[in-house]
Ligand binder design. Sequence first.
Ligand code: SF4
Ligand SMILES: [Zn+2]
Length: 432
Amino acid sequence: MKIIKNEPATLAEKSCRISRYLRHPQTVNEKRINSTIKKPFKFYPKELIGELAVFIFGSFQCNKFLQGTCVPCFYSGFPHSKKQKKDIYNALLKQTKYILNNFNKLVIKHQKKNCYEYNLYRRFKNKGLNILLLTGEGSFFADHEIPQAYRNKILNSVWKHALKNKLNLQVQCEAKAEDILNAEKKGEFKEYKKLAKDLNLTLEIGLESANDFSRNTIYAKDLQLKDFEKAINITKKHSLITDAFVFCGFHSMTEKEILDDVKKTIDYLREKNIGIRLMFPNIQRHTINHLLYHYKKYNLIDIRTARELIRYLIFNNNKNNYNYIKGQDWILGGLVSNPTPLLTIFNNPNALSCKKCCRMFEQAIYKLVKTYDPETFERYLKQMKKCKCEKKYQAFLSQAPKKPLQERVKNNLEFADKLKKDYLALKSLKTS
Ligand code: SF4
Ligand SMILES: [Zn+2]
């Protein structure tokens, strides 16, 4: 990680050090399995298509995770194989075979037959559409997780499968900005020219926030905005559909600050014509956010903050923007994940909003992701307006913080640093 000797960078460095410590028992002491991984890990977030099929190829951990970046992340809590590197990489092809041999069960059965709300290329006219997301633990384009030659084979076998079975597909791939820069240097995207169109190849890039302090100090992303911009210029040059992940659960920030931060990031991405994948925070074990949550120094955003952000997404939508869901440039994420989170904004016992409102909001969100209909969403929310907790939330939102943000971050990191040993000794963590 590049270290610039100023306080935000020093805080980011400290944050990475603490995260490495908290992740340590799950990485270094991890019990590795004897065999290779023959099936990818998977989960199914609800989306307009029905259920999106997310496949996570098992090989090696995300480098960033090992460096301690990305504060809320516990993606690498997957099992890993003891086998040699070459066997582990060859198993990536077995994992691909497993997906393709079971495509009907793993993908098609989870999705609507026809989904004409998608503005995507269909080689087979008047035929259905299916969507899958492929990633390594960190990125489909990280060479140490999925080397270029394997990536090429995976994409080509999916392409051949689609042509042979007359399937219209959208293949989304998670990618880090730095991996896109590397792939471009090697001329990799040129190799995908033909298949990219048939597969509606879509890149999902982590940005989290357009603000340097939120992104690189609080989230500890280790990503310069100029590199993100270079990456999106590359994906545009190759006509690849591109979305960016936006996070709305930074620790140390007030909900008002989070609202401002996320809205600015949404504006930034809209200006750049990039799709928005708004990620709701959840609590994963072995993270600074969980530690701070446990000792009551951090809370997940309230559902009413999420409501405000969604309204901003759906009502300020620039209809002319480049997007693949007709008239929309957003997707909601983080509602389910693998590993399953400890807590979400819907079942957070420390939420300001009452349980009934949380349940109502959860239903509203799931209706929205399945219909993209803002009116239905608003209808579900009407009752929430009448509840006592609405006033409580508005009063809470107007409270000004007593200290500047940088100081709050510093204090929270100092606290996490002091308590990290006690935190790892917690019984609840050991039995997890
Ligand atoms: S790049 Fe992705 S998987 Fe890796 S640490 Fe960051 S959020 Fe986690
Ligand atoms: Zn309520």
